[in-house]
Write a protein that binds this ligand. Structure first.
Ligand SMILES: Cc1ncc(COP(=O)(O)O)c(C=O)c1O
Length: 378
C-alpha cells in the first residue's frame, strides 16, 4: 500500500458481529438477513421494492431481461462509464448505442438522446457518473414520448438526489453496486430498486434460476416441491453478504457527510490551481461523492499518474472512454473521434484518493504532490 491509499473500507466490529449472527444460524444463502437488508435499502431510497443480488452488473442484466430487452434491441447509454454498463446490455443480447457526454459533468448529454433513437431502441441506460445524478426528468420525458424503458446505472449514486428526485424514482429500475470500493460494500454485491410490483416478481424469479421457492422458503415451510417457471440466472445475494451491509446502512449518511467534507477540502485546496479542472456539480444536485476525479491536460495525464504513484499517492482512472477499448473497436468499429467529449475526459481524468475515513492531512499531501508535479508539466 502507498503512503496515501486510494481507498480503505471502514468495516469493523459491527460487521463482524453481524456476520457472526448469520454464522450462528442455519441459512448462509438468501434468507431473512437479505430480506432485512432489502427492506432497509428500499426504505432508504424511498422505493416500494429492493432486490439484493450478487453485483450491479447482475442487477443491470436482470433489469434488461425483466423489461423484455434482448436480441436485435438497442439500448442508449454513455461511453463514459465502467465496462459493466455496456457488457450487461451485450449479455442481454442487445446492442449498446453510445451518445456523447456533457463537458462540464461527464454525464450523458440528454440533448443527444433523441437523434440516437431508432426503431430498434428499447431503453435508455443513464449512468450517474462519480455520484452526480443525470437529468432524469428529461430522460423520463424522452423515454415516455418514445415508449422506452429507463434503467439507471446508479452504481456510484446511493446517496444522490437531483431536484428532489432520487435514483429509482423515475427509472423503471435503478441498479447499485456493493463492490469493494463502493460507499457500502460486501466485497462483491449489488441491488436494484423499483416501484413496479409485477416487475419485482419477475426479477426475483429471474435472479434465482426461475425457481418458485428459495432455500429459506424450504427451510421455513419444510420441503415442498418447487417448480421452474421461467429460465433464470444465478444472481441471488447471500445472508453473509447482507450481514456486512446491514450495519453500513446505519452509517451511510454519516459517511456521506465525511466524504462531502473531504470533497470540499479538496475543492478549496485545488481552487485556482492552473491546469486542473474539476467536474461541475449542477444546481439542485446532492452529489453522492463516490469518487473525487480531477481533469488535467491529456498531454500530462499519464506523467502525473506515474509521478503521484512514485510519491506514494495511489490513484486510478475512472474511466477511459469505452468505445476506444479493443473489444468495442473490434465489434462495433467505432472511429476515434466518434464521441469527442467522452474521449477528452477519458484522456484527462485521474481519480484521487477518497474514502470516508481518509485523514484530512492526506488531502493536503495529495494536493501538494500534485502541485509539485504540475510545475514539471509545461
Ligand atoms: C458505473 C458502474 N456500473 C456498473 C458497475 C458494476 O458493478 P459490479 O462490480 O457490482 O458488478 C460499476 C462497478 O464499479 C460501475 O462503476
Amino acid at each position: 500500500m502507498g503512503r496515501v491509499p486510494f481507498f480503505y473500507h471502514d468495516l469493523g466490529q459491527a460487521e463482524l458481529d453481524s456476520v457472526a449472527e448469520v454464522l450462528a444460524g442455519p441459512i448462509l444463502t438468501t434468507g431473512e438477513t437479505v430480506e432485512q437488508f432489502e427492506h432497509g435499502f428500499a426504505e432508504y431510497l424511498g422505493r416500494r421494492h429492493a432486490l439484493a443480488v450478487s453485483s450491479c452488473t447482475g442487477a443491470l442484466h436482470l433489469s434488461l431481461l425483466a423489461l423484455g430487452i434482448g436480441e436485435d434491441d438497442e439500448v442508449i447509454t454513455t461511453p463514459m462509464t465502467f465496462v459493466a454498463t455496456a457488457t450487461a446490455i451485450l449479455e442481454a443480447g442487445a446492442k449498446p448505442v453510445f451518445v456523447d457526454v456533457e463537458p462540464e459533468t461527464g454525464n450523458m448529454d440528454v440533448s443527444k438522446i433523441e437523434s440516437a433513437i431508432t426503431t430498434y431502441t428499447k431503453a435508455i441506460m443513464p449512468v450517474h457518473l462519480y455520484g452526480q445524478m443525470c437529468d432524469m426528468q428529461t430522460i423520463r420525458k424522452i423515454a415516455d414520448n418514445y415508449g422506452l424503458s429507463v434503467i439507471e446505472d446508479a452504481a456510484h449514486c446511493v446517496e444522490g438526489l437531483r431536484d428532489g428526485v432520487r435514483p429509482g424514482e423515475l427509472g423503471d429500475t435503478a441498479c447499485f453496486s456493493f463492490y469493494a470500493t463502493k460507499s457500502i460494500t460486501s466485497g462483491e454485491g449489488g441491488a436494484l430498486v423499483t416501484d413496479n410490483d409485477a416487475l419485482t416478481r419477475k426479477l426475483r424469479f429471474l435472479s434465482l434460476h426461475g425457481m418458485s421457492k428459495t432455500a429459506a422458503d424450504r427451510h421455513r415451510e419444510g420441503y415442498q416441491h418447487w417448480d421452474m417457471e421461467i429460465l433464470g440466472w444465478k444472481y441471488n445475494m447471500s445472508n453473509i453478504q447482507a450481514a456486512f451491509l446491514l450495519p453500513q446502512m446505519e452509517r451511510i449518511e454519516m459517511n456521506w457527510r465525511k466524504r462531502d467534507t473531504l470533497a470540499k477540502r479538496y475543492e478549496a485546496l485545488l481552487e485556482g490551481v492552473s491546469n486542473i479542472k474539476l467536474p461541475q456539480t449542477v444546481q439542485g444536485v446532492r452529489h453522492a461523492h463516490h469518487l473525487f476525479p480531477i481533469w488535467v491536460n491529456p498531454k500530462h495525464r499519464d506523467h502525473l499518474i506515474r509521478g503521484l504513484q512514485e510519491e506514494g499517492v495511489s490513484v486510478v482512472v475512472n474511466y477511459r472512454a469505452l468505445h476506444l477499448l479493443t473489444y468495442f473497436q473490434k465489434e462495433f468499429v467505432f472511429q476515434s473521434g466518434a464521441f469527442p467529449v467522452a474521449e477528452h475526459i477519458g484522456n484527462s481524468t485521474i481519480s484521487l484518493p477518497f474514502y470516508p475515513t481518509m485523514p484530512e492531512e492526506h488531502v493536503t499531501i495529495v494536493v501538494d504532490t500534485l502541485k509539485g508535479l504540475l510545475k514539471e508539466c509545461v
